[in-house]
Write a protein that binds this ligand. Structure first.
Ligand code: HSE
Length: 339
């Protein structure tokens, strides 16, 4: 049995979803894979910090309003001491997403890699803005960086693209990459107002803390930048992505599309044409027969167009607590050689 010690930087929705999975399935993972995941440290901006080199009581951490009040464990370290000096083998970076600067997450990820720790993260900021430098640093330090949760939550879009389709020659990527906007557009088809559907998406935990990032298309643009850096080998500044969101789409636009056998979808797209990479995010009216037209609610989908296989489409959850928590499990199992 191999013990894998983890430090969680951020204990919001995703950190709690991940912890819940470990509580419910930790024994199964130990039996099935010979890996025992042990959370030794948690730091959260709002809930404080806790550290116990022998492992924290995760159920108690989930219950605690303030992690510093936990009866077991030494008091928590500050965030940089946790990352650099605690006895974790891997840092799970889940601080808030900032697509403008990538901070503070990029600093956390860099410090973890420099300290010889693996990193798994669902944080889009550092990967959209700094993937090339961070993956180079990871190689130099002989550690790994897992990023599955940055696109389509736990639906393994990046493992599919990076590994299973690596030799197939990806020439185009198109996807519904934002759960909030797809949920809103779907609800509007049933007559809900834009504002009511957005409030519901927020209540369900799909939306970003600032939902303008979702509805204006910045979140999808961040994911397009990640796909570009990871799968097309091109770092794409976000302002070079032709971007529009769904804020201009009204109930009558939705109704008009429906009357014409079409549906509005917010599509992120990347395509290599004559040696040039074209990147965009925009609402598109798709005919109902299009593979992406039937993807509804917070569900996401991605179509890889490849030289050898033609189109390969993957459909699955794109947001949510447990769904994103699973992406971190997926990365950890990959880093520790399960697949
Ligand atoms: N706000 C994002 C979405 C969360 O709605 O898809 C997952 O990246």
């Amino acid at each position: 049995m191999q013990t894998v010690r983890l430090a969680l930087i951020g204990f919001g929705n995703v950190g709690q979803g991940f912890s819940q999975i470990l509580l419910e399935r930790g024994d199964i993972y130990a039996e099935k894979f010979g890996l025992r995941f042990l959370v030794v440290a948690i730091n959260d901006m709002l809930r404080g910090s806790a550290f116990n080199p022998d492992g924290l009581d995760l159920a108690a951490c989930l219950r605690a309003a303030n992690l510093s009040d936990l009866p077991d464990g030494t008091p928590g370290l500050d965030v940089f001491a946790t990352i650099a000096r605690c006895n974790a083998d891997a840092v799970v970076e889940l601080s808030y997403t900032n697509l403008k600067t990538g901070e503070p997450a990029t600093g956390h990820v860099r410090l973890a890699l420099e300290s010889g720790k693996h990193v798994v993260t669902s944080n889009k900021g550092p990967i959209a803005l700094n993937y090339a430098a961070l993956s180079q640093l990871a190689r130099t330090k002989n550690v790994k960086i897992g990023i599955e949760g940055t696109v389509m939550s736990g639906t393994p879009s990046l493992h599919l693209g990076m590994e299973l389709l690596a030799g197939a020659g990806i020439t185009r990527i198109q996807g519904i990459l934002n759960g909030t906007t797809n949920y809103i557009l779907t609800q509007m088809e049933s007559g809900a107002s834009y504002a009511g559907a957005l409030a519901e998406a927020q209540a369900r935990g799909y939306a970003e803390a600032d939902p303008s990032g979702d509805v204006e298309g910045f979140d999808t643009a961040g994911k397009v930048a990640i796909l570009s850096a990871v799968l097309m080998g091109t770092s794409l500044p976000l302002d070079q992505i032709d971007r529009a969101g769904i804020t201009g789409i009204t109930n009558s636009d939705v109704e008009e599309a429906r009357a014409n056998g079409q549906r509005w979808k917010l599509i992120g797209s990347l395509e290599k044409k004559d040696g040039i990479l074209l990147a965009s995010v925009k609402p598109v009216r798709l005919p109902l027969g299009h593979p992406l037209a039937s993807v509804s609610g917070a569900t996401n989908a991605i179509t890889y167009t490849t030289d050898l296989l033609g189109d390969v489409t993957l459909i699955g959850p794109g947001a949510g607590r447990a769904e994103t928590g699973y992406a971190l499990i997926c990365d950890l199992l990959s880093i520790y050689g399960i697949y």
